[in-house]
Design a protein. Structure first.
Length: 382
């Protein structure tokens, strides 16, 4: 049994409408609390709306995947291309509005005053450095949103304009990650103190895996890769180098998500004890998605990067793998957010304080709305 293009388009439209409702409530819950860190998703009405729309979106996403695997054909319908543009715009809008919230949340100013000694200095430097970087991401998010809004109503941009905007976005995003350099520096200094006090292998490995490696990857390797990509992305140069560095960025970024999120869980379990996971099954699910799910996605992304790094143009990349990666990454953020909304709303710990309050990439829960239409595109379609 094959579904025709109209059936697929109607189902995708319904799924994306539900997604727009969920993402809209999600963003409104954050934006309504400005300029404080207050988020309204704890309010009963908002939480119920998020629970219903998010659950329906997750179910519809699963049904869409099943439909694509067993019933749907690969088609070239302009309707599906339109859905891909809509999905891109939703992701760009989430990137912009979530970053707007982070940029204009001002309650962090002066938070270092409650600490003393060296900790006050560390928090002051880290906050200022990260805020400068965040301003550049805000500028990048504006450019991305305006560009995709334009592409929704126009066929394309001039190649020169498109490359120029993308290069600017990549440079600004690189500067955002570079803003975390203070955190990386303090992590390295702390690692040096550990080495000077003791040569025991376990504390050294623990510090490397939970602090040094993740912060160096996000604050040194990732921005460097963004700057190189911006340099390589030129309409007068072969696209293969830009493709290679784009893949390296994706691999590094997913590895950062895996290592940083896992380190938060490990630090929490050091405090609460590992029995905390069995006491609260929802925490066990979130822990598993992070430590095992993101690890698997990281290794698969690394494999895909190695296999595809020789691609001479974008047509040689397997869209099947790309859409799978987009869906998996977006579903990770979406699932973890819904776990708190549905099951863990009465529980608060350092993991949720990080994931819901300090995680600047939570906007990626909108990624399934881009990945789902790609399931039905012919691999040879531009």
């Amino acid at each position: 049994m094959k579904l025709n293009e109209n059936h697929i388009a109607i189902f995708l439209l319904f799924t994306q409408c539900v997604g727009i409702i969920f993402v809209g409530i999600f963003l409104a819950a954050y934006l309504a609390g400005l300029p404080t860190t207050a988020v309204l998703h704890s309010e009963p009405t908002v939480r119920l709306s998020l629970a219903l729309s998010g659950s329906v979106l997750l179910i519809l996403s699963l049904l869409t995947v099943i439909m694509a695997m067993f019933f749907g054909g690969k088609v070239k319908s302009e309707k599906l291309i339109l859905h891909t543009k809509i999905g891109s715009l939703i992701v760009a809008a989430s990137y912009f509005l979530f970053t707007l919230h982070a940029t204009f949340t001002l309650s962090w100013i002066g938070e270092w005053e409650q600490f003393g000694g060296s900790l006050r200095f560390i928090i002051l430097v880290e906050d200022i450095s990260a805020t400068v970087g965040l301003i550049f991401r805000f500028a990048a998010s504006i450019l991305a949103f305006v560009m995709f809004l334009f592409l929704l109503f126009k066929e394309s941009l001039l190649a020169s304009s498109f490359h120029r905007i993308l290069r600017t976005i990549f440079v600004f995003e690189g500067l955002y990650w570079l803003g975390l350099i203070a955190t990386a520096g303090f992590s390295i200094l702390n690692f040096g103190r550990i080495l000077s006090r003791s040569w025991q292998i376990l504390p050294v490995i623990y510090s490397l895996l939970t602090s040094v490696i993740p912060t160096v990857l996000e604050a040194v390797v990732l921005p460097s890769a963004f700057f190189i990509l911006a340099y390589k992305l030129n309409q007068n140069k072969p696209i293969n180098q830009a493709i290679r560095w784009g893949l390296i960025i994706c691999t590094t970024m997913i590895a950062v998500f895996w290592l940083v999120n896992t380190s938060i869980w490990i630090n929490l379990l050091d405090e609460k004890g590992w029995g905390y996971l069995t006491t609260y099954p929802e925490h066990f699910l979130s822990f598993t998605l992070t430590t095992i799910g993101l690890a698997a996605l990281t290794f698969y992304m690394a494999y895909f990067t190695k296999k595809s790094s020789g691609a001479k143009n974008v047509h040689e990349l397997k869209i099947r793998s790309i859409r799978g990666i987009i869906l998996a990454l977006g579903t990770y953020f979406l699932s973890n957010y819904l776990i708190w909304i549905l099951f863990a709303g009465d529980t608060w710990n350092n993991w949720y304080a990080w994931f819901l309050g300090h995680n600047m990439d939570l906007w990626m829960l909108s990624l399934p709305l881009l990945g789902l239409p790609l399931l039905f595109h012919n691999d040879r379609v531009n």
